[in-house]
Design a binder for this molecule. Sequence first.
Ligand SMILES: Cc1cc2nc3c(=O)[nH]c(=O)nc-3n(C[C@H](O)[C@H](O)[C@H](O)COP(=O)(O)OP(=O)(O)OC[C@H]3O[C@@H](n4cnc5c(N)ncnc54)[C@H](O)[C@@H]3O)c2cc1C
Length: 326
Amino acid sequence: MATAPVLVLIDHTDDGAVRPAVRELLALAARFGSVHGVWVDPVAPGADALAELGAHGASQVHVVAPNGEHHLTPVVAEAIAVVVGSVAPRAVLLTNSFEHKEVAGVLGVRTGAGVVVDAAGLEDSDGTFVATKSVFAATWTTRCAIRTPLAVVAVKPNAAEVVATGQGPASVEVHAVDAEAATAAARGVELVERTERAPSGRPDLSSAQVVVVGGRGTDGDFGPVADLADVLGGAVGATRVATDEGWIDHEAQIGQTGVTVSPRLYIGAGVSGAVHHRGGMQSAGTIIAVNNDPEAPIFEIADLGIVGDLRTVLPAATQELRRLLG
Ligand SMILES: Cc1cc2nc3c(=O)[nH]c(=O)nc-3n(C[C@H](O)[C@H](O)[C@H](O)COP(=O)(O)OP(=O)(O)OC[C@H]3O[C@@H](n4cnc5c(N)ncnc54)[C@H](O)[C@@H]3O)c2cc1C
């Protein structure tokens, strides 16, 4: 009997380009069986996208024109659930973006699947999927066995090496799938407007002269951090907590297990100054810390410390700098 396939949600840009993280998912999926892609978009994948999926191991791609706005996570989850119903896969793999983690959760509720997000690795242990993940700010590593027939796993970047099989597009079967009538959950939110953020034009993090860093204190809103970086012509960095939360790309992580920076000016906002973070930034020329806890360890190494709420301090600084810089 053929083994059940593994589905991979194909994360792609609005103009139909497959996002790089998908290649890792395809490589990971190929370890466990045949690989099927799921493409959720009213616009079908183009020849380039199919060629790329084929070259990285997908044998079939299910194209679902969703019944609803395909940028909404419940709509995407419903579309995948339809494919799950028709091909009965062993697992669904998704990228670990904020949206896809949400899709994973909704899909788990829809299908009764066990869900793991933030997985740093996935193995098949005698027919049971076991995911590895770090918890408690990476101080513990856990292994989670998924006991349901279907596993839904959102996988962090760098969990698998990319393998191009060179299969080529001719080998990819494309199936058009009819979406089911949208449920009340998928109709519950209407997307009324989308505004694409303009390319940042920011300097490279590792070589930037000014780096503005956000930590857990941002609570996921990097807007004030990015605004301050932009007015100073700087780069945006982050602590591991912020990248692990999926608030910002992993490339932005500064510290022992991230990028080492040595800018002329480092501004840390909502950053405690843990030893693992300091390892990547304490050679900065001038260190400014914004933290609402006067006891935060970062003040021990800061040249200038501001005790306050970053949501107030950063916009005020940005506004004043804009005024001064014209
Ligand atoms: C092996 C290992 C490697 C690691 N590698 C790295 C690494 O490379 N880089 C890294 O950064 N971490 C790394 N870590 C994690 C590190 O130990 C810390 O957990 C992490 O740096 C803490 O991130 P944080 O400062 O954002 O969060 P927290 O330590 O939780 O600090 C958040 C801070 O925000 C402040 N705050 C909260 N709300 C506000 C507000 N509204 N305004 C202003 N301040 C506010 C709080 O007072 C607090 O000081 C590693 C850990 C391990 C075990």
